[in-house]
Design a protein around this ligand. Structure first.
Ligand SMILES: [Zn+2]
Length: 504
């Protein structure tokens, strides 16, 4: 089975100083033309009902003067004569994209308004507004560039006074030779100009999980326990036959949570002051944006680290647990908001990891989350969970250590959970044993469902819910049960565990 992956290759341009001014002029013109077409579309909304291809034809007819179309309704010539067709088309497609997005926002707003009014409620949300300023990067369609070699390219730009072919030198990683090259964009970053080129690669998609698990006992899985405490993610690598190969702890949870709490506290104070509860209030809008940005970046960092770890250890399957339901928390606004956002972030980390993993041929699955923290990864009895320095008894949720009074396994609680998560995936494909030497943890909870993300296949659940894994001990794991706690019995990851968080 083949699949496609798109990435963007980013390269810096090395050019004569005056060319920088030309690129800038080119971009200004591109935005003027895009804004012009956005206006044309607003005046002819029916265009949006057409496909991109038909919309392009319709918009050219409305604007482009030819012999057979001597008097278009809104001539583009009013902006500039002799705009190359490919420049025009790139701008039209950019305008179409913006117009479609604006139109869908507007429709959603109208629906919310109707709904509120039907219920007799007041509706104070402001309608979306069309873009006031345009700051798009010019896309160079084939024909606007030529002679693209490893380290140079020739492209046609508007200099401010005329159209000119310019040769630039390209610095940065080369384009892959085995991929389809898309239209590059000319992008400004400070004083630098960059070329961003989308490339589409065909690759062999990973084999189905069932096949990988049932035909090769050496198949490696990377299991991930996502948390809302300090260790945002704890990942373990194990083979299908049960050898544990590596563990990594991805930290930073406390700092991100502290950051969020601080911002949410500020928002709460602002609200008390103004008596406003709308998220859109300007004072708070900035704070919300900041929180969202940081959450987003952290999710990207953590997911990238997970996939990097899986790849470094040649894992071909990534396993998470289903998120379960968000349990509403009582307490201060900042606490409630924080745990809600932490929960959302887990979902994001999963989605991003799944996407990134797919691109390197690693398939992602999810297992039933019930009691993954309460079960011993070695013998599947219930564990004791406690904090360092406390007596090892009972079960303290969130505590960092576990001990099994059955087989004397002891170790880090999240690492144990991660190993159990990995084993649950294997358990799906095991024929359940008839005898159960240990009382297995009752795995309540609902049947797993496919998460519905288009980019992956979910393994089909075939196993019965309580498969005993007594045969899946750690016979190959170095280290013994007694010293498993502090001696990391596996190869330590060479991937740094501390994230540099974006707000630091
Ligand atoms: Zn045990």
């Amino acid at each position: 089975m083949a699949a496609k992956a798109t990435t963007t290759i980013k390269q810096v341009l090395n050019h004569q100083a005056e060319h920088g001014a030309w690129f800038a002029a080119n971009q200004v013109l591109f935005n003027r033309v895009t804004a012009f077409y956005f206006g044309v579309i607003q005046a002819h909304e029916k265009v949006l009902a057409l496909s991109d291809k038909d919309a392009l034809t319709a918009l050219e007819k409305l604007t482009h003067t030819t012999q057979s179309n001597p008097t278009p309704v809104m001539p583009l010539e009013e902006i500039l004569e002799d705009i190359p067709a490919l420049f025009r088309r790139a701008a039209i497609n950019a305008a179409l994209g913006s117009a479609r997005s604006f139109s869908s926002h507007l429709q959603k707003w109208r629906k919310r308004k109707e709904k509120a009014e039907a219920k007799g409620k007041g509706f104070h949300e402001r309608p979306p507004v069309p873009p006031r300023a345009w700051n798009k990067s010019a896309t160079l369609y084939a024909g606007m560039w030529k002679e693209r070699a490893g380290s140079s390219m020739v492209m046609k730009v508007w200099t401010g006074t005329c159209w000119s072919w310019v040769k630039v030198r390209i610095i940065g990683r080369d384009l892959p030779t085995d991929a389809e090259i898309g239209s590059p964009q000319l992008i400004r970053r400070g004083n630098q100009w960059w070329l961003h080129t989308p490339v589409e690669k065909q690759f062999k998609s990973p084999g189905k999980i069932e096949k990988q698990v049932t035909t090769n006992a050496q198949t490696r899985m990377c299991a991930v326990d996502l948390n809302i405490n300090e260790h945002l993610a704890v990942c373990t690598i194990q083979t299908v036959e049960g050898t544990i190969l590596a563990t990594t702890f991805i930290g930073g949870g406390r700092r991100i949570s502290g950051f969020r709490k601080k911002q949410l506290g500020r928002i709460a104070r602002n609200r008390r002051k103004t008596g406003m509860i709308a998220e859109g209030e300007q004072d708070n809008a900035d704070l919300w944006r900041k929180i969202r940005q940081v959450d987003e970046q952290v999710a990207h960092l953590v997911s990238a680290r997970i996939v990097q770890f899986a790849q470094a250890h040649q894992a071909s399957i990534l396993v998470f647990e289903h998120l379960g339901n968000l349990k509403p928390e009582k307490g201060k606004y900042s606490c409630r908001g924080n745990s809600k956002r932490a929960y959302w972030m887990k979902g994001r980390i999963f989605n991003y990891a799944k996407y990134k993993a797919w691109h390197i041929g690693v398939i992602t699955s999810r297992v039933n989350p019930a009691n993954t923290s309460r079960e011993c990864h070695r013998c599947h009895s219930l564990v004791i969970r406690y904090n360092a320095g406390e007596r090892a008894e009972g079960y303290t949720p969130g505590a960092s250590l576990v001990r099994c009074s059955h087989c004397w396994m002891q170790g880090h609680a999240d690492r144990n959970a991660s190993l159990v998560i990995g084993q649950r995936l294997i358990a799906r494909y095991q024929t359940p044993l008839k005898e159960k030497p240990h009382a297995p943890v009752r795995r309540a909870g609902r049947e797993e469902k496919s998460s519905g993300v288009a980019l992956s296949q979910e393994a089909k659940s075939k196993s019965r819910p309580s498969t005993d894994l007594a045969g899946y001990g750690e016979s190959n794991e170095h280290g013994t049960a007694q010293d498993g706690l502090l001696r990391m019995d596996e190869r330590l990851s060479d991937i740094p565990c501390q994230l540099r968080l974006p707000f630091e």
